[in-house]
Design a protein around this ligand. Structure first.
Ligand code: GDP
Length: 297
């Protein structure tokens, strides 16, 4: 489908003859190709521009190693720079969940995969870390949403907060906190309602819930296939709510992963996990190397 970056660059360098060091001219020509490759991988324009500038600074005047071609050398610099930008601080996927019961707030737009991700993450915390987890759905707008979480909970063996019809999200959050404390849970997860678009009502509601729960983690769930939209969503949620990390879903699809780079560059927040399918085990910690390989093609 796409010519990959290595192929593009070897084409560029085949036309150039050079000895010793990469010249400004060589680097410039190569970086035009890098920029096109990033844009094709759905990286936003300003992010692609900044990225290319960073690569240019690293590459200009760098001695050409004998064992690799200039094309391969630029690919390596691009690859290493990508990983630098993508990598968050600390352990991949690490969550601040000491001090039980630790609240985790899940936020995002409707259809992003929020409820599925809540259950996947709860299962992971239970299976891998031996945590006792309580999940609660705060989506009072779609009656099916609370049941959906309950059904998933039964399937994965994680408790859900009993459904009380007519309660507001704030009341459910308070009840979850109380039950998690009294029941000796390590973690409680609040799955907030999503909407099709960001609006003030949604943000106000999430802010209220956030202030009640004082979460240790606020994870934004975004559809990794939505490219630039995903970045706008992340920016908006981060400025209004203050997120601690991102989960990119649908990374099993054929998206090129550019949203990951844009999101890291724009929000500065770590991508903690990626969703790789509909099954309850299809959640993995974010690996910058894998996404870098995908972006470069
Ligand atoms: P919510 O409205 O944000 O809570 O979204 P849901 O959790 O209900 O998910 C919407 C749909 O996306 C469901 O059919 C999920 O099975 C599906 N889904 C969620 N995460 C993934 C993923 O990582 N990969 C794929 N292929 N599908 C996913």
């Amino acid at each position: 489908m796409f010519e990959n970056l290595s192929e593009r660059l070897s084409g560029v360098f085949d036309r150039l003859t050079k000895q010793g060091a990469l010249s400004d001219e060589d680097v410039k020509t190569a970086l035009r190709e890098v920029r096109v490759a990033l844009l094709e991988a759905d990286v936003s324009l300003p992010v692609a521009r900044d990225f290319v500038k960073a690569v240019q600074e690293k590459a200009t005047g760098q001695a050409v190693t004998k064992s690799v071609t200039p094309g391969q050398q630029v690919v390596k610099i691009v690859h290493d720079t990508l990983i630098d930008v993508l990598r968050g601080e600390g352990e991949p996927g690490a969550l601040k969940i000491d001090n039980p019961p630790a609240p985790i707030l899940m936020v995002g737009l409707q259809g992003s995969g929020k409820t599925t991700t809540t259950a996947k993450l709860a299962k992971r915390l239970k299976d891998r870390d031996g945590k006792r987890v309580l999940m609660a759905s705060l989506d009072v707008y779609r009656p099916a949403a609370q049941h959906q979480l309950e059904v998933l909970g039964k399937q994965i063996g994680v408790d859900t907060l009993p459904i009380v019809p007519g309660q507001k999200p704030a009341d459910i959050a308070k009840r979850a906190k109380q039950q998690a404390t009294m029941g000796g849970y390590d973690v409680y997860m609040l799955d907030t309602a999503g909407r099709l678009h960001i609006d003030e009502v949604l943000m106000d509601e999430v802010q209220i819930v956030r202030d009640i729960a004082t979460p240790r983690e606020i994870l934004l769930v975004v559809d990794g296939l939505t490219g630039q939209d995903a970045v706008n969503v992340a920016e908006e949620f981060d400025s209004k709510i203050g997120i601690t990390g991102v989960v990119l879903t649908r990374m099993d699809g054929d998206g090129r992963g550019g949203a990951a780079l844009s999101m890291r560059a724009v929000t500065g927040k770590p991508i903690k996990y990626v969703g790789l399918g509909e099954k309850m085990d299809a959640l993995e910690t974010f690996e910058p190397e894998r996404i870098a390989g995908r972006i470069l093609g």
